[in-house]
Design a protein around this ligand. Structure first.
Ligand code: 0O2
Length: 214
């Protein structure tokens, strides 16, 4: 494909990323305005670079004609949460939208079933309709939902390892895997601390209301 063709091809993906990012950011804002805890901490969106699309199509043996129907993450949304439990809440929010403004194609749970590399994240593959110049067009998009700790690990590992797996010494891969486990332990520890704070707050509220009744 020529540069102009790629530009045209990517327009609906750019629109999908912009709309979805805005929708999830707005959802976060609504939680804040309503004075409620938001399971969404941060929303990031990106359209895959042409060089990455070509590299992935080569790696996964996807012909150029099939990219549109087979490459699921040209449009990518990343939703970052504070706590592991928030991931399920966000997935639930997305499931509630199925059949409304998006269609869930399938889900990949790399949180309970981490990848060989140590990667953890929850992926929801969706079809998202965008209104284009030539009418409605549905594009595939990947929503990745992960905690701050999972994102910290994935960002660093991606730049070090993911694309150059074969060239990274086994020793470093093992250390990266250990680091992924450490990040997950941190997530679990933070969740426990949060639960204990909640319990302490409940006890405090019950005690202070009993005192005010006396
Ligand atoms: P980008 O835009 O550079 O992040 P494959 O690419 O063949 O492994 P597939 O079949 O498309 O994967 O789906 P999968 O495994 O769910 O991976 C899709 C995306 O998840 C990747 O996109 C990464 O963003 C992320 N991911 C998956 N595995 C790992 C991992 O081991 N480490 C890190 N850091 N990220 C991972 P791309 O293609 O890398 O694109």
């Amino acid at each position: 494909m020529e540069t102009k063709d790629w530009e045209r091809f990517l327009i609906p993906y750019e629109q999908a990323v912009e709309e979805l990012t805005m929708k999830f950011q707005s959802l976060k804002k609504q939680y804040v305005v309503m004075g409620q805890y938001s399971p969404i901490e941060l929303v990031i969106g990106r359209v895959k670079k042409v060089s990455s699309i070509l590299e992935k199509s080569k790696r996964q043996k996807i012909s150029i004609e099939k990219i549109e129907n087979e490459m699921e993450d040209i449009a990518g949304i990343r939703i970052i949460c504070q706590f592991v439990e928030d991931i399920n809440k966000v997935v639930q929010l997305i499931r509630e939208r199925h059949g409304k403004d998006l269609h869930i194609v399938y889900e990949k749970d790399y949180v309970s079933h981490e990848k060989e590399s140590g990667y953890r994240s929850y992926h929801v593959i969706i079809r998202y309709p965008v209104q284009c110049f030539l009418g409605e067009q549905e594009v595939l998009a990947e929503i990745q939902i992960r905690t701050l700790a999972m994102n910290f690990w994935a960002t660093i590992e991606h730049s070090l390892n993911y694309k150059y797996k074969e060239n990274i010494p086994e020793k470093i891969c093992i250390r990266l895997k250990n680091a992924a486990e450490a990040a997950f332990s941190l997530d679990q520890e933070m969740s426990q601390i949060r639960e204990e704070i909640k319990d302490a707050q409940k006890t405090f509220t019950i005690r202070s209301s009993t005192v005010s009744q006396i």
